[in-house]
Design a binder for this molecule. Structure first.
Ligand SMILES: NC(=O)c1ccc[n+]([C@@H]2O[C@H](COP(=O)([O-])OP(=O)(O)OC[C@H]3O[C@@H](n4cnc5c(N)ncnc54)[C@H](O)[C@@H]3O)[C@@H](O)[C@H]2O)c1
Length: 429
């Protein structure tokens, strides 16, 4: 590990990205301040508790005590490096919301230390550092390369991933000056045991992240479209993808589902779409991908409607169990989860909704799986949590479940059908 030249850091925004990073920096011997405007989060961290469920954090719980969590921005003044990990969502019209980022920049300026390195880890589109953040510093009379340095090192963590975390995921890094790049490289090399790729410009580093997530969105949209099409032709799309994936080059398997969620995939492409628009370019391909993926929750509900009608039941008045609420397995994150749209569509159609997620009990209608199965007449699997993957299909039968829509193609379809339960996956019957 290289010698640490800058010893004190502040992480701004202690969420899914900022908190693991703070823990990792503390683990590597940095003095770490964590600044967040959410007092509730700060109080939990002060008590040694994580504000959310995340394996990486629970495995290192004792390190929470090494982070000085505070809502007092004054700690930024003591820091050699300030790292911004605030949210970058979109509004209801899918337009980027930059307020948290701009507010973080203003807070840093008020509490800055001369010569400080500011790193943006939040996901942003190409141009944000130079066109939005730098001008805020310049307006305050501050000069890049003298009063401050700016770098961008987009975070790539994948919460809940048992293998990849903040310690071992390679990173890209861009900065607005050679010196800024050098300081940032020293820091990241001291906390990450993986290659750090230096980009020619800060814009290139920004572009990497939106490209990575747009790539995923497009590929998922493609297989979601295939699922709809192959369903009409009675072709099992999952089997086809598994077959195609035996080609050892030039194919990468992606799987269809009930829609994408989380703070990244359904959000980041819009950052690129909107920025390109400003430059006079229309990202048609990205827009279509977004449209297809956004259509999947409704498609999932339509599948349920068809199954129920086939069983002689109307959606109206039927108890439809929504199994899982979070956007992906074994995490408690509800952001942009397809469950939200699925529930709203089921409500519109008059279904009686039974929600259950062992990770999000406060939004569940029942407290355990047993009651969930008892209260549901039909089920939509939204999240393939471990608990749901372990259900013996006979339990569905015992509880008189008549129909299952498998939004993740994760349940044992053949066994379920053999029990006389109507089944439909996304692109497999
Ligand atoms: N969650 C992921 O899996 C993931 C992965 C890679 C990248 N990212 C990106 O990282 C960024 C952060 O995402 P997240 O999931 O950690 O968000 P989050 O909502 O979990 O955490 C953000 C934190 O920032 C705080 N905050 C907001 N504005 C603030 C301000 N002005 N000053 C101080 N604190 C402020 C919030 O209170 C919150 O605690 C986003 O740009 C996201 O796209 C997220």
């Amino acid at each position: 590990m290289p010698e640490k030249k800058n010893k004190i850091i502040t992480i701004i925004g202690l969420g899914y990205v900022g908190l693991p990073l703070a823990i990792r920096a503390a683990e590597r011997g940095y003095e770490v301040f964590g600044f967040d405007r959410d007092e509730k989060k700060i109080n939990l961290i002060k008590k040694g508790k994580s504000p959310f469920k995340e394996n990486f954090i629970s495995e290192r719980k004792e390190l929470l005590g090494k982070i000085t969590a505070t809502s007092d921005a004054g700690v930024i003044k003591k820091s050699d490096i300030a790292i911004v990990c605030v949210p970058t969502p979109v509004d209801e019209k899918f337009f980027p919301i930059l307020d948290p980022l701009i507010s973080a920049a203003e807070i840093i300026i008020k509490n800055r230390k001369p010569g400080q390195l500011i790193v943006i880890e939040s996901t942003i589109n190409p141009g944000i550092c130079e066109e939005v953040i730098m001008p805020i510093f310049q307006k305050a009379g501050l000069k890049e390369g003298k009063d401050f340095y700016i770098a961008h090192c987009p975070e790539r963590i994948n919460p809940g991933d048992p293998k990849w975390n903040v310690t071992n995921i390679p990173r890209v890094l861009g900065a607005s000056s050679k010196k800024g790049l050098e300081i940032a490289k020293d820091f990241y090399e001291s906390i990450i045991d993986a290659p750090i790729k230096l980009m020619a410009s800060i814009k290139e580093a920004e572009a990497c992240k939106v490209v990575e997530n747009s790539f995923r969105d497009i590929n998922i949209a493609f297989v979601n479209e295939l699922a709809k099409s192959f369903d009409q032709m009675n072709i099992n799309v999952k089997n086809v993808i598994d077959g195609a994936a035996t080609k050892p080059f030039a194919f990468m398997a992606h799987y269809p589902g009930r829609g994408v969620g989380g703070h990244c995939i359904p959000v980041d492409p819009y950052y690129l779409i909107e920025r390109a628009k400003e430059s006079g370019f229309d990202h048609k391909f990205l827009r279509v991908a977004r449209e297809i993926n956004n259509s999947m929750p409704n498609y999932t509900v339509e599948l349920m409607q068809d199954l129920l009608n086939g069983a002689g039941l109307a959606m109206k008045g039927t108890a439809v169990g929504v199994m899982g609420l979070s956007y992906k397995a074994n995490v408690d994150d509800l952001r942009e989860s397809p469950a939200i749209k699925i529930i709203s569509e089921l409500k519109k159609k008059g279904a009686k909704i039974v929600r259950y997620d062992p990770y999000i009990l406060k939004l569940s209608d029942v407290k355990n799986l047993k009651t969930f199965l008892q209260k549901s007449q039909a089920i939509i699997l939204v999240t393939n949590h471990k608990e749901f993957m372990e259900i013996d299909p006979k339990e569905f039968k015992k509880n008189k479940i008549v129909a299952i829509v498998d939004g993740m193609n994760a349940l044992p379809a053949e066994k379920i059908k053999k029990l006389g339960i109507k089944y439909h996956g996304i692109g497999r019957k």
